[in-house]
Design a binder for this molecule. Structure first.
Ligand code: NOJ
Length: 507
């Protein structure tokens, strides 16, 4: 008896320290890497593409670190075949990327479909499939044709719902015979908080205390923009479900940024603040799409600043979604600002009347990374996935992004960039935490590392590097980092089916 108990304890300990393996995930699980159009494509004026809001924004001095922009980025537009080779050599079975709206419809629904843009994505998709890599396609990853901004104020105007529906249908029609995973939006919660609450993303709208911008109203605009995003999702989902899904056999979802929040102080108000910070984030979008209305906490705090859904809106919302995409990187502390004084203007979660920070009495919540709000706190993955599982009745989920930011200087040597042991530790600890959530029943169907290659990191330009492959921006040479070798080895490990059939052969 004693012997068995000791053995059980030993096995338990071993499973805790054992390295995560491919076989800890189901055989058909998607494993991939993630990118987005503006961050890697470059070729910003080629092939009849029009200017996007990000092309315009990055060209305004002072907006981006070191004056960087995505004009060339990773030149993926010309090097996509080489990049597919990189993926193939990793052994991934899926690739998440986004379509540039301004490449496919340079003038939105006010102009022609750009056949050169369509051809580019056609070639990309065909080449991926030839290598056995499933395309996992995002329709909007922050960038939109600037014309929509100029003409009618983009996300602030309900006209955009029609434009987005039109754009989505052009894509379903052109690529849906081969694309089986569609996300309407990437991180609309970040898009509206940055674009209209704090104003440090285009269109640079905000008001005090959240920021100083030439235009905007942080008390109302984020909610109007979000409302139009939610209804744009519903418009696209309706089109897909009514006209394409049966024929094409794919699925459609939405991807949210999913920061986990812990109370800063062990007091009820901070526990409520952490709950509020969570609700004002992903559920701001997911609750209306899945349950037909905003989270009750949002209505309580925001009152009439939060729009309501009309009868027609609710009809459209019934098309819901097939999966939830989760971008998880970090955990932060939340402090209540309803009853304690604090600086709500300083964090992306300020509209929830909370202050968020990675620091408690001088101690970071996890090892800091080069991205100021990203800490290594792997338990957050399990907690976030369980939270979504419970809140949304275990709808299928994909971890659409998870990754590690390296920082350095312009003179940091390539050798140092390649030696990214910290990234390996990050990825394996987060994967371990994900596997724990899945063992508890979470229906997670895939995991994508951000990112395949170093790329344009928004406000940080090229100063932060998330890639499994290092990019030399002078020569565009790609070099595998240690983490690329690690991912390849991980993916090359046997999956559960293979392991089982080997076992069956033995017995
Ligand atoms: C989330 C965004 O979707 C992506 O564009 C960004 O580069 C990564 N997070 C890292 O910050």
């Amino acid at each position: 008896m004693k012997y068995y108990m000791a053995l059980a304890v030993l096995l338990g300990v071993l499973s805790l320290v054992a390295a995560i393996e491919r076989s800890d995930f189901p055989p058909l699980f998607l494993f991939g890497t993630s990118t987005s159009s503006y961050q890697i494509e470059g070729a910003y004026l080629e092939g009849n593409k029009s200017l996007s809001n990000w092309d315009v924004f990055t060209h305004i001095p002072g907006n981006i670190k070191e004056g960087d922009n995505g004009d060339i980025a990773d030149d993926h537009y010309h090097r996509y075949m080489e990049d597919i080779e990189l993926m193939h050599s990793l052994g991934v079975n899926s690739y998440r990327f986004s379509i540039s709206w301004s490449r496919v419809l340079p003038r939105g629904r006010f102009g022609e479909i750009n056949s050169i843009g369509i051809r580019f994505y056609d070639k990309l998709i065909d080449a991926l499939l030839l290598k056995g890599i499933q395309p996992f396609v995002t329709l909007n990853h922050y960038d939109i044709p600037q014309e929509l901004e100029v003409r009618y104020g983009a996300w602030l105007n309900s006209e955009i719902q029609e434009d987005f529906g039109y754009y989505a249908e052009v894509c379903f029609k052109a690529f849906g015979d081969r694309v089986k995973y569609w996300s309407t939006f990437n991180e609309p919660n970040v898009l509206v908080k940055r674009g209209y609450l704090r104003g440090n993303f285009p269109p640079n709208h905000c008001s005090k205390p959240f920021g100083t911008c030439p235009n905007g109203d942080s008390d109302t605009e984020p909610y109007v923009a979000a409302h139009n995003v939610i209804l744009s999702h519903a418009t696209a989902a309706e089109i897909y479900k009514k006209k394409y899904q049966v024929k094409q056999g794919g699925s459609i979802g939405i991807v949210l940024s999913a920061v986990w929040f812990e109370p800063l102080r062990d007091i009820p108000n901070d526990r409520l603040a952490a709950q509020r910070a969570l609700s004002f984030d992903g559920p701001w979008f997911l609750d209306p799409i899945i349950y037909g209305d905003y989270p009750p906490e949002m209505r309580q705090v925001l009152g009439s600043n939060l729009p309501t859904f009309s009868f027609e809106d609710r009809r459209k919302l019934k098309y819901k979604l097939d999966f939830i995409g989760v971008n998880h990187y970090t955990t932060l502390y939340a402090k209540d600002c309803m009853f304690s004084p604090c600086r709500i203007g300083d964090s992306d979660q300020g509209n929830a009347v909370v202050f968020t920070t990675g620091d408690r009495n001088g101690l970071p919540i996890g090892t800091p990374t080069a991205m100021p709000t990203f800490y290594v706190a792997p338990d957050g993955m399990e907690k976030m996935v369980s939270y979504i599982m419970q809140r949304y009745n275990n709808l299928p989920m994909f971890i659409t992004e998870n990754g590690y930011a390296q920082g350095g200087e312009r003179y940091t040597s390539v050798k140092d960039w390649l030696d990214d042991k910290d990234r390996i530790e990050f990825l394996s600890s987060y994967l371990t935490s994900l596997a724990t959530a899945m063992r508890q029943g979470a229906d997670v169907r895939g995991y994508f590392i951000w990112s395949l290659v170093d790329n344009f990191e928004w406000l940080y330009g090229y100063t932060l590097r998330f890639g499994l492959y290092h990019v030399n921006y002078e020569t565009q040479e790609r070099t595998p980092k240690l983490s690329a070798k690690w991912y390849k080895k991980f993916l090359g490990g046997k999956n559960k089916l293979q392991k089982m059939s080997n076992y069956m052969k033995m017995v």
